[in-house]
Every structure is written in C-alpha cells, then in structure tokens.
Write a protein that binds this ligand. Structure first.
Ligand code: NAD
Length: 338
C-alpha cells in the first residue's frame, strides 16, 4: 500500500489494526495520529519503536493546520480513520466533544485529504448509526436508513454522511465501513466486555442494564482488522460495507458466559437502571462484504471470548495501570511523540 495515515491508532481497534497491518505489510510506512485522549493508551503499542516505517504524532484530527502539514510533507497512499470519541455513556454525559471529534474532526480530515488528493480513505463507522431493530427480525443492510439514537451514534452518523457527501459532491474516493461491537485484548475497561471481566476478576457484581435482553452482534477485533484490510485493498469508492460477526447475543448471555468461564456463580449478575435511549437490538447483514470481497470472520465468539478473558487475566498490569491512572505517565503524554 505504501504510506498509511492511521488516526486513533493508540485506541483499542486502531492499535490492533496497526499491529495487524505491520505483520502483513512490514515494508509499509504507518503514521499514527492520535490526540491521546483518556482512551488513547501508548502502552497499546509499547513494542513499536519509532522507525522509518512507524511514526507517532500526538495531534487532533480537527487541527486543519496539522493535517495540511502532514499531507504536504508526506504523500499518503491511504487514510484509515478510527479516531473518535467512542463511549455511548460518556456521550450522554457530555455530547459536545463527540460532535467536535466525530463530526467536525471527520469533516476536517476529509477536507485535507480531498485537497491533498489522497487516493484511498476508509471511514470506520459503526452499526449504531442504524439505530435499533427493536423487536423486529432481520438485520441492518447498507441501505437501511440511518436513525441514530444516542449522541455517540448521531455524531458517528454525522461523519458517516459527510463521507457520503464528499464522494457525491467532490468525487473524493471515500469508503465507509459500519461494524458491529468489537471485543478483544486492550479494549478500554469502560466497555461492556472488559467491565464484565475485570469486575468478575475482583469478584464484584456484574452490572446489567435493564432486563439484560438487549442484543448486540459481536466481532473479534482481529476479524474487524481483516475486514478493513479487504476493504482497503479492493473496496469500491463511494460504497458502504457492513462488517459483522453473525454473533448476536444478549448482554445477559455475554455476562453469564464470562462468569461461567471464570468459574463464578451467576448470582454475581446485578440488574441496574437502564441506559436512557438504550437500543434494544443490533444485527448486521455483512453479505455485501462477503459477496464482493470474499471476507468472513475467522473466530467463533465463544472461543475468542474465552481467549479474551485469558488475556485480561494474564495481563492485569495493562488494565491496572488504567484503573490507577498510571498509564497517563507515559513519556508521550509529557511531550509530543515522534
Ligand atoms: P477508542 O475509544 O478505544 O479509541 C479512540 C482513539 O481515538 C483514542 O486513541 C483517542 O486518543 C483517539 N482520539 C479521540 N479523539 C481524537 C482526536 N480529536 N484526534 C485524534 N485522535 C483522537 O475507540 P475504538 O473502540 O478503538 O474505536 C475506534 C473506531 O471504531 C471509532 O471510530 C469507533 O466509532 C469505531 N467503532 C468501534 C466499535 C467498537 O465496538 N469499539 C465498533 C464499530 C466501530
């Protein structure tokens, strides 16, 4: 591919993608642009030493001057845009930063990339832009109307539709992917599966919103990365591709499974007041990606969940440094990175 700008590469999926990409294309150059918000953790890529093929820049995707400088100095072959505010509960507490990064930041990146004529641009969006299937059967397809319900999903839908507009208006060759819920190593502890695992490892009750029957489709992060790889190589500009695992589970089933894997009693499940505007069901039809690009997920949910639990059990120091705040002492948070 040549030179890739990856935004949000210190987060959960972005760091997995960088590791994935370097394994399959070790000669490519990656520039990782990340603001290092609370969700950006330099220890996610602690093994990556800055070199001719890897550069880290601490910066904001909404910073037009910075983006223009990067694109003037370096001819990019592709951009993979992960950077976002990503946590639904936080978007309910404080929506403004979601609009700033997910809408304005995405627009700024699209604009700089368009002016620099970057030939490939993947916007990593989410199935949450479709809203909720409620009790209905079936699954979201790429033509399902967008009907986001949380400030998070509305802000992602804003960026997603701007990508569409940049293709329709300017012919800028952007591709949008909409993926279901990810899980795997190094996911920030606030998200559902790490919360469940870490609380279970402390023998604490596992909080379950409402009746626990909300349904999500789950995809292992490495399967998300292989889907992005397929889209980056052969996706058609202007298109949207759904990415999903075909693993629809209720939150109650997921929590129950975590307890079972760790040999703990189901009595640790604790029902708490539901999240406002909580979508009942997401399910994703990824047939277009399978049919056009031949992608399918490799991992079974139960096996990969078990491996993920194993990772959190074996890597306590990774999440303990987040819980204690110690991870914010990384040198990149004192200076600007390289
Ligand atoms: P994350 O919260 O773990 O990481 C986000 C990263 O973006 C962090 O490193 C953060 O520092 C960085 N960032 C935030 N604001 C920035 C800004 N203004 N400029 C530069 N960097 C900034 O998120 P994640 O779970 O890895 O998700 C990555 C992307 O994938 C997001 O766009 C998210 O909407 C999308 N997505 C996530 C899931 C999921 O289940 N986690 C599913 C589908 C799509």
């Amino acid at each position: 591919m040549g030179t890739l700008l990856v935004t949000g590469g210190m987060g959960f999926i972005g760091s997995s993608f960088i590791r994935y990409w370097r394994k399959i294309n070790p000669g490519d150059r990656i520039i990782n642009l990340d603001l290092l918000t609370y969700a950006g953790n330099p220890y996610n890529l602690v093994d990556l030493i800055p070199s001719d093929t890897y550069t880290f820049l601490r910066g904001d995707v909404a910073d037009a001057g910075l983006l223009d400088r990067i694109m003037e100095e370096t001819q990019l072959d592709a951009i993979v845009h992960f950077a976002a505010e990503s946590h639904v509960d936080r978007s309910i507490q404080e929506p403004a930063s979601f609009v700033r990064t997910n809408v304005l930041g995405t627009q700024q990146l699209l604009e700089s990339a368009r002016r620099a004529a970057v030939p490939r641009f993947i916007l990593v969006s989410t199935d949450e832009v479709y809203g909720s299937l409620g009790g209905k059967p079936g699954a979201f397809t790429e033509t399902t109307p967008l009907a986001p319900n949380s400030p998070y999903s509305a802000s992602k839908a804003g960026g997603d539709l701007l990508a569409r507009a940049y293709y329709e208006t300017f012919g800028f060759p952007v591709i949008v992917t909409r993926c279901s819920n990810n899980y795997g190593p190094m996911q920030f502890p606030e998200k559902l599966i790490p919360t469940l695992i870490i609380r279970a490892l402390h023998n604490l009750p596992l909080p379950i919103y409402g009746d626990g029957l909300h349904i999500r489709d789950w995809l292992h992060v490495d399967d998300h990365c292989s889907a992005l790889h397929a889209v980056l190589e052969a996706g058609r500009p202007g298109e949207v591709y759904n990415i999903g695992g075909g693993n629809e589970r209720t939150n109650l089933e997921v929590a129950g499974r975590v307890l079972q894997e760790l040999g703990l009693p189901q009595s640790l499940l604790e029902f708490v007041a539901d999240r406002p505007g909580h979508d009942r069901k997401y399910a994703i039809d990824a047939a277009k990606l399978a049919g056009e690009l031949g992608w399918k997920p490799e991992r079974s949910f139960e096996e990969a969940l078990s491996a993920t639990i194993g990772w959190y059990t074996a890597n306590r120091s990774w999440w303990e440094s987040i819980l204690s705040g110690e991870y914010r002492n990384h040198p990149y948070l004192k200076g600007g990175g390289r």
